[in-house]
Design a protein. Structure first.
Ligand SMILES: [Zn+2]
Ligand SMILES: [Zn+2]
Length: 463
């Protein structure tokens, strides 16, 4: 999808795009190609860097039982399970063993920062809620009682009014420390990259402005929640502070399709036209946008692209967590934003929407099961058995579970499978998104390529 835009933007330049490794079965990962078995704990020699770069595939958007909504759906997986599953190990999900056919090269677990891990704590007989009414409600054998407790919790996030005992910074800090340590434990330079991340879950009146936050290496003291602010500019301030203290970090917006036109609006949250400063900050903090995930694609819609016969691919029509339809006439989709961004560039001198592309799952299962032939559902008890999927008329976002797709994957061109190398690719936007396949998309562009360029033996190096 990004290539289509690129070819439009660079129509008069010589352009070389290659597609490789496209097959029905998922191709082996770069780690497999290098003869490494992700399941083996022994540390083999680190593969040499490839200056011509390898394509690595991973997911930068995944929820586990540490996310309040996933926990409410019955998901009990932990970030530890997520990294194991991504590396090709067997883990248990909804009472059944699950294993990827082809391991991933990298993963960021991005649980919702709001109440991160806290709901899990409520059912721990030795945890911080053990002697409180919450423990009794959450562990009640009467589903009505526990259902009411969950309703109260979810309701508080919808109106953005945190329940004090669940948003105690000390509690968040202690969970977050463990959370970061898990990513560090599974990060294996040269073999598998585990990023530290979280999701900032801003959705005023169900209008989705969510961003996944991904750290280059070490993580912060504490994540930033939408309880503190629902304004993306406040999130950028937090990111800028992290960078000042030596931790590079990016935010990746997703589901513009459910934003009611807010995601790629030319107005800020206060309704004022965006400024040059806004555009500069947006691009410095958000080099990438997520183009597809479980809740549909954010590329374009049939209404915006009437002559594109693929524009109805994996559409999602609703606001987030609501059965109300989104207004997506403008400001919701990337393809349109690329054009608007150029208009803004002419006006402000900076393009606020010059996004690179990535894709993720946003599964609330803890497992990145993007393999269609190996898919156990993605949202706990909402879609874990075929009868539920067929019969249910509503689900996570108002639509029936049949509307959920099998998610997407991020492709990255990097010289080795390390945090440093892959994060650098995010920053220079040498990335692409797929609907879960491992097609390798690479683009080169120049005004002066010779016509027989691809016939040269070392054409990749030359390009
Ligand atoms: Zn989200
Ligand atoms: Zn998410």
């Amino acid at each position: 999808m990004s290539n289509r835009k690129a070819s439009f933007l660079l129509a008069s330049a010589a352009l070389i795009i290659i597609f490789a490794g496209c097959s029905k079965k998922e191709a082996p990962t770069a780690a497999q190609e290098q003869g490494k078995d992700a399941a083996q704990p022994a540390a083999p020699a680190r593969p040499p860097r490839n200056p011509l770069k390898n394509a690595y595939f991973g997911d930068l958007h995944l929820h586990t039982g540490y996310s309040m909504d996933a926990f409410a759906f019955g998901t009990r997986t932990t970030p530890e399970d997520s990294y194991k599953y991504a590396m090709g190990e067997t883990v248990e999900y909804m009472g059944k063993p699950q294993k990827r056919n082809a391991p991933l090269d990298f993963l960021a677990v991005t649980d919702h920062a709001e109440y991160l891990g806290v709901v899990r704590d409520t059912i721990d007989p030795n945890g911080p809620f053990a002697k409180t009414p919450w423990y009794a409600m959450m562990t009640s054998t009467d589903p009505k009682v526990s259902g009411e407790a969950f309703k109260k919790l979810i309701g508080s996030t919808v109106v953005n009014k945190p329940i004090p005992e669940f948003s105690d910074p000390k509690l968040l800090r202690s969970t977050w420390e463990k959370y970061e340590a898990i990513a560090d434990k599974y990060n294996a330079p040269g073999k598998f990259t585990a990023f530290i991340g979280f999701e900032w879950t801003s959705a005023p009146q169900f209008q989705n402005l969510h961003r996944c936050v991904i750290f280059a290496d070490k993580g912060p003291e504490i994540p930033f929640t939408a309880f503190e602010s629902v304004d993306p500019e406040a999130l950028w301030t937090y990111l800028e502070q992290q960078r000042k203290s030596g931790m590079d970090v990016i935010a990746v917006p997703h589901n513009g399709n459910a934003s009611n036109g807010l995601m790629f609006s030319t107005k800020d949250m206060s309704g004022k036209p965006i400024t040059r400063d806004y555009a500069e900050r947006r691009m410095a903090n958000e080099p990438l946008a997520e183009i597809i995930q479980a809740k549909g694609q954010t590329d374009t819609s049939p209404a915006l692209s009437p002559t594109d016969e693929f524009a109805n691919f994996e559409m999602w029509y609703y606001l987030i967590g609501s059965d109300k339809k989104a207004n997506s006439a403008t400001g919701s989709y990337l393809r349109q934003a690329y054009g608007v961004g150029q208009e803004q560039q002419a006006k402000l001198g900076v393009n606020p929407f010059k996004y690179g592309i990535e894709a993720g799952t946003d599964f609330h299962s803890g497992i990145t099961s993007t393999e269609p032939s190996n898919y156990p559902g993605s949202h706990g008890n909402q879609d874990n058995d075929p009868a539920t999927v067929i019969r249910a008329t509503t689900s996570v976002g108002g639509e029936p579970p049949t509307a959920l797709s099998s998610g997407g994957l991020t492709g990255v061109w990097a010289d080795e499978n390390t945090r440093e190398s892959i994060f650098a690719a995010f920053k220079r936007k040498e990335t692409f998104g797929t609907s879960g396949t491992r097609i390798k998309v690479r683009m080169f562009a120049s005004w002066s390529y010779p016509k027989d360029m691809t016939k040269q033996a070392d054409w990749i190096k030359a390009a």
